[in-house]
Design a protein around this ligand. Structure first.
Ligand code: PAF
Length: 279
């Protein structure tokens, strides 16, 4: 497994690959868990080589504390990637990526950026768009793999690829869950023992919401979820939304030809968890 910290040397390596070599790319912020590793596995099956980036991208954090406290486990990450036969790891510094101007570009994602996460995390998706486009430019992958826990992020990246005509195929992969149902996330390691023990409540609630959506309308289901969280001693609901998978707009009346998903963001103390379920 080769490890690069500099864009120039990574690009030299990529240029030196035999013509026609397909590159699967898994961008990450490190603190890898089984969810990330399943993306690496899939990328490995579908491409000649796999590149993983590990970069905690400062421009997508709207909260300085969250950036400082984001878990960093680089040695463990590298050994996991090696054991999954990853070919290349790219671990740049912020200066390598942004030079002396650590700022996002401004994107127009046709309104996808104003829904859900976009309402609560100012500038987040401009940061995501900036780093993902930059990484695509450097790595030049044929396929790039993203987990559906960040479903809105996937739709936004697809939109960017479409609008900017980027030559990469976006592959979305199902959410990986712990045995008790909690969606895998690097942030889970920051939960206290009590918060971690209670956290399956989030997915349990989403599953019940899915059942309810069979007979009730979206606003009734949303009210029910809000009520479930109202008096929870450990979790504060930031939002719950039932939205069209394509437009991410809230559902007003159900249309049987459309696909819907319930999305949720919850605070456990200072740790923010998100999850979603296909309805
Ligand atoms: O999903 C993530 O881990 C990040 O948003 C990504 C795609 C690696 C960009 O920093």
């Amino acid at each position: 497994m080769l490890i690069f910290t500099e864009i120039k040397s990574l690009q030299q390596k990529i240029k030196s690959l035999k013509n026609g070599t397909t590159i699967g790319f898994v961008p990450t912020m490190g603190a890898l868990h089984e969810g990330h590793l399943s993306l690496v596995e899939k990328a490995k099956k579908e491409n000649d080589i796999v590149v993983v980036s590990i970069f905690v991208n400062p421009t997508q954090f709207d909260n300085a504390d969250d950036l400082i406290n984001y878990p960093k486990t680089i040695e463990k990450d590298l050994s996991l990637l090696k054991s999954f036969n990853c070919d290349i790891v790219f671990t740049p510094t912020p200066e390598e990526i942004y030079a002396d101007d650590i700022q996002s570009q401004s994107f127009d994602f046709d309104g996808l950026e104003f829904q859900m996460e976009g309402k609560f995390r100012a500038g987040h998706f401009n940061g995501v768009g900036t780093i993902v486009e930059r990484l695509f430019e450097v790595v030049k992958p044929h396929k790039a793999y993203f987990g559906e826990k960040d479903f809105q992020q996937i739709q936004i990246i697809r939109k960017m690829v479409e609008k900017r005509n980027l030559p990469v195929q976006i592959i979305s992969c199902p959410i990986h869950r712990e045995k008790d149902g909690l969606a895998m996330s690097s942030r889970n390691t920051r939960l206290t023992t009590a918060q971690r023990a209670a956290a399956p409540f989030i997915y349990e609630t989403l599953k019940k919401a899915k059942t309810l959506f069979g007979t009730k309308n979206a606003s009734e289901v949303i009210k029910w979820v809000e009520n479930e969280f109202k008096n929870h001693p450990l979790f504060n609901l930031e939002y719950v939304e039932i939205a069209d998978e394509e437009t991410l707009l809230p559902v007003e009346t159900k249309n049987p030809t459309k696909k819907y998903r319930a999305f949720i963001a919850v605070f456990a103390g200072k740790v923010r968890l998100i999850d979603n379920i296909s309805l």
